[in-house]
Write a protein that binds this ligand. Sequence first.
Ligand code: FCB
Length: 482
Amino acid sequence: MRHKAFSTNMNTTKTLALTDLKRSDFAPDFRWGCSTSSYQIEGGIDQDGRGESIWDRFCQAPGKIRDGSSGAVACDHYHRWPQDLDLARSMGINAYRFSVAWPRIFPNGRGATANQKGLDFYSRLVDGMLERGIEPWVTLYHWDLPQALQDQGGWAERATVDAFVAYSDTVSRHLGDRVKHWITHNEPWCTAFHGYCEGVHAPGLKNFRTALQVCHNVLLSHGLAVPVIKANVSDARVGIALSLHPLKSASDSAQDIAATTRHDGLRNRWFLDPLHGRGYPADIWQLLGADAPQVQAGDLAAMATPTDFLGINYYFPETVAHAPGQGLLSTRVIESENVERTAFGWEVSPDGMVSLLGRVAHDYRPAEIYLTENGSTYDDVVTPDGDINDVARRRYLVRHLDAMREIVAKGIPVKGYFAWSLLDNFEWAEGYVRRFGLTHVDFKTQQRRLKASGKWYRAFLKGELEPAVLVAASIATYDEEV
Ligand code: FCB
C-alpha cells in the first residue's frame, strides 16, 4: 500500500501533473455529481405529515450536538429545492445523489398506506432533476430512522429489516419509472458504531454487542431490499455505499501490523466480506465470542445478493497501533505526524484513495465502483464582497480528482465521483460548525453562494479550465503549505 505523507518533492511532482487535468480524461458517461442527505439539508420536519426521526429526538438531548442545533430548518431545501437544483445544473453536474427521509414516507416507520404527500415531494424533486438533465441517485437510508421504529429497538431488532424492505418497496414502486440508480444504505459502519456503540449519533446508544447486531440487520435489510427494488424497476442499478478507509500500520512491528489487520477486519472487511459472499471475517468473529451477532439460516446468502455497483465514501486513511486491552480488538487509531489535515482533523490523502480503490478492486472485483462521497471541511471566510476563497477545499478537490484519473488509468472500474456536498449543511454531531459544501449557505438568510471550490468544479465540468485556473488551483495553493 502506498501510504506516505506528502513530502515537498511529491507535492512538486503532483503539481506538474495537475496542470493538465481535464474532464475529457474521463469517459464521456462518467458520472460527475454531488451528494446530500435528507436530514442534513431538508428542514421542513413538520411539513406534509412527516413523522419524527431519531435525529429530531437526538438533537433535543442536551450536549449531543456541538452548537445545540438540529436539522429542523437546515438548508430549508424542502422549500428551496428548485433553486438548489438550478444551482446543481449551473455547476454542470450530470448526477445528484440525495436521500429519501423514511419518516416522510411512513411517519410511523411502517403501515398499510404510505404518506402520499411525502412521496409527492420526492416525485417533484426527481422530476426537477430530470427536467434539468441531472440523473437522480437515491439513497434509501441515510440515518434518519423513524423514531417509532427506534421505540421498538430500531436497527437492533429484526423487525426493522422487514420495515426497511417494505419502505424500499414503496419508494421504488413510486419513483422507479424515473429513478434507475438506487443505494440501499449509507455507511452501515456509522449507523452501527456511531449510533449504537459510541453514542455520538442518533439513537445515542453505547453497546458494542448491539452495534454488531445492527451491522448484521442493516446488511441483511440491504440484501433483502435488492431483489424487491429490481422487481419493481426492471432496469434498476442497485448498490450500497460503504465508508471505507485505507490503513497504515503505526510501525513495522509484527504487533502493529497484526493490529492493523484486526482494525481492517471490523472497519472494512466486516462489510465487504459478507456483501461479497464470504461471510463474516473469521479472525474477527473468533475474537467477538458472545458479542457476535445472531445470524439465522439464509442471512449470509441474502446479504450477498449480487448488486450492480459498490459505492465507496472516502474521506481519510487511518494509522493503527497495537493497544493491549483497548477494546476487544486491542487496537488504537493514532494521529500520524507531519500530515496535512482538514479542519476536522481528517488526514488529507488522495494517495490513500488510490490505494483503497486498488485494494477493493483487487480483493473483491466489484463490477463498478462509484465514489459516492468525498469532500473536506475548512473554516470558510466570507469576504466583504461575498466571496468564499476556499483554496484549501479547492485544492482537496483538485487533488482527489487527479487521483481519480490515476485510478481510472490503472484500469479500476470507477465510473463516477460525487462530491460531498452540494451545500453546507447540518453536519450531525458537529451541527453547523463544519461546512463541507461547494456552495456556502448563510443559515440566517438561506443565501447560497458558490465557493471558489464550487466554481472550480463548474469550470472543470464545463471544460472551461484555463491553464491559469488550474495552476491557481494547484501550484499556488500547494505552495502555501509546502
Ligand atoms: C459522511 C456522511 C455524510 C457527511 C460526511 C461528511 O460520513 O455520510 O452524511 O456527514 O461524512
